[in-house]
Design a protein around this ligand. Sequence first.
Ligand SMILES: NC(=O)c1ccc[n+]([C@@H]2O[C@H](COP(=O)([O-])OP(=O)(O)OC[C@H]3O[C@@H](n4cnc5c(N)ncnc54)[C@H](OP(=O)(O)O)[C@@H]3O)[C@@H](O)[C@H]2O)c1
Length: 269
Amino acid sequence: MSKTILITGATDGIGLETAKTLVGQGHHLLIHGRSEKKLTDTIAQLANVNEEGNVQAYKADLSDMAQVQSLCTSISEEHEKLDAIINNAGVFNVPNAETQYGLDLRFVVNLLAPYIITNKLISLLPADGRVVNLSSAAQAAVNLDALAGHVGLDSNQAYAQSKLALTMWSFHLAKSLQDTGPSIIAVNPASFLGSKMVKEAYGVEGKDLQVGADILVRAATSSEFDNANGRYYDNDNGQFLPPHPDALNPEKNQRLVDAIEDILSRILN
Ligand SMILES: NC(=O)c1ccc[n+]([C@@H]2O[C@H](COP(=O)([O-])OP(=O)(O)OC[C@H]3O[C@@H](n4cnc5c(N)ncnc54)[C@H](OP(=O)(O)O)[C@@H]3O)[C@@H](O)[C@H]2O)c1
């Protein structure tokens, strides 16, 4: 059965491959990108996969919270129901990591944007809907002062902390929704998949992106993930595994969510 699925960062890498697979399976896709040109190219590529594909494009720079909010407004005005959100867009190495409000771009794009998107759109998801959050094998304990922009981090730390933060918030949200759904699932899509992120960061070709796309498609649509709320799927090992211990610590998760809410109350209108 066709599902309506929002995928962020669908114009390159794992997101693009995931979009191709989903449109090939006949799903209705809301593809997000930050570049008009890349969105146009992506629509053409998806039409090559399925010329009858149902695809709508949404543009927003996820480092700009005003654009993140407008993205959510446009989607909720145009859609009464989404079956899944795949929070795929992410960033690792950048020339200048400092954003407006002095926040690190990795925390903004990899954590705050999916946090806002999910919270604003969750009411469109049914009880059996899914939110798939892109985690990583690279995870490091979150420094809340760094999250708030008071301490600078190198790229490896900023990325790894943003990915553990995303995983911790996923577990926190999943716990709060356990009786009502939708399912919140953190997924490491596998390491060193050959995207531009991996090529630029590590100077390696990387592995087949389809490995990552396949697990995101399964997490968003397959009955194998019916009972995956509040679980961590590690595609390096091809199985659900316990997450980083911090994600199993409700007090730490709560402190993280309080810190996120503090930042958002400062920067959102
Ligand atoms: N590749 C791996 O081995 C690996 C491993 C673990 C986790 N991941 C995660 O998988 C996800 C996809 O990464 P990838 O490897 O496919 O990298 P990628 O090819 O660089 O794709 C990242 C996507 O995010 C989008 N994006 C980045 N910054 C953005 C911003 N400010 N606003 C809007 N969109 C933005 C990019 O848009 P553009 O198309 O405009 O550049 C692109 O579509 C990320 O969350 C990453 O952390 C990847």
